[in-house]
Design a binder for this molecule. Structure first.
Ligand SMILES: CC(C)(COP(=O)(O)OP(=O)(O)OC[C@H]1O[C@@H](n2cnc3c(N)ncnc32)[C@H](O)[C@@H]1OP(=O)(O)O)[C@@H](O)C(=O)NCCC(=O)NCCS
Length: 182
């Protein structure tokens, strides 16, 4: 296994035509189908970088920015943005093209954390990243920032669980759209 690999070695694009069987009750493409494609493209990108089997550890965040219509061509572009020791953050940009008008819309961007798994079924070290462009450096730095923010959030979340105070939460809930029927 190489110690370091360029980002470009594992960048990939997956393109798929959206057929009627992928649609939901509203006639638009099911969000779950897009998610499944994102997981696939993240897997391929991570497996190429790490030369082996990977699993999805987490997804940050999936916002559906625009609906995808039946008949559109969806392209998912994936790139390793950051590597830790055994984990890789794969940035995915999804766009959808109307084949009549050729209008291309950005439908979502998301970050999948994939962990490389060795033959012993344990996380294994992945090659470092060779950053060859300003975009590579920006993506690596932004992923690092996001990771730090997430760690802060995890600590806050643990704190919220520890400081749960029924009476003060009952006061807060008075201003929310919920009814308490104990
Ligand atoms: C992901 C998983 C392998 C991590 O195992 P673990 O025993 O916690 O291993 P470690 O603590 O050594 O963590 C391994 C790496 O994963 C990262 N990681 C673990 N959980 C994570 C999470 N929720 N979000 C982001 N990164 C995570 C760790 O930061 C570490 O990264 P690093 O080596 O680059 O520093 C384990 O939680 C797992 O198997 N989860 C289920 C995955 C799954 O079923 N996915 C869906 C189907 S593919």
């Amino acid at each position: 296994m190489l110690d370091f690999k360029p980002v470009g070695n594992s960048q990939i694009t997956l393109t798929e035509l959206m057929i009627p069987s992928y649609s939901n009750f509203g006639g638009k493409i099911h969000g779950g189908h897009i998610l499944s494609l994102m997981d696939k493209v993240a897997y391929v990108c991570a497996a190429k970088h790490s030369d082996g089997y990977c699993i999805t550890a987490s997804i940050d965040v999936v916002n559906f920015l625009a609906p995808v219509e039946v008949g559109e061509l969806v392209s998912l572009m994936a790139s390793v943005n950051y590597v830790g020791n055994t984990s890789m953050i794969i940035g995915i940009r999804v766009v959808s093209e109307n084949l009549k008008t050729h209008v291309v819309k950005h439908t979502n961007t998301s970050y999948f954390t994939m962990v490389a798994i060795g033959d012993d079924h344990k996380p294994k070290q992945v090659p470092g990243l060779i950053l060859k462009s300003q975009d590579d450096i920006r993506r690596f730095s932004q992923a690092l920032n996001r990771k730090e923010l997430k760690n802060t959030y995890k600590k806050d979340e643990a704190m919220i669980k520890n400081i749960y105070d029924r009476d003060s939460f009952l006061q807060i809930l008075q201003h929310e759209r919920c009814k308490i029927e104990l």
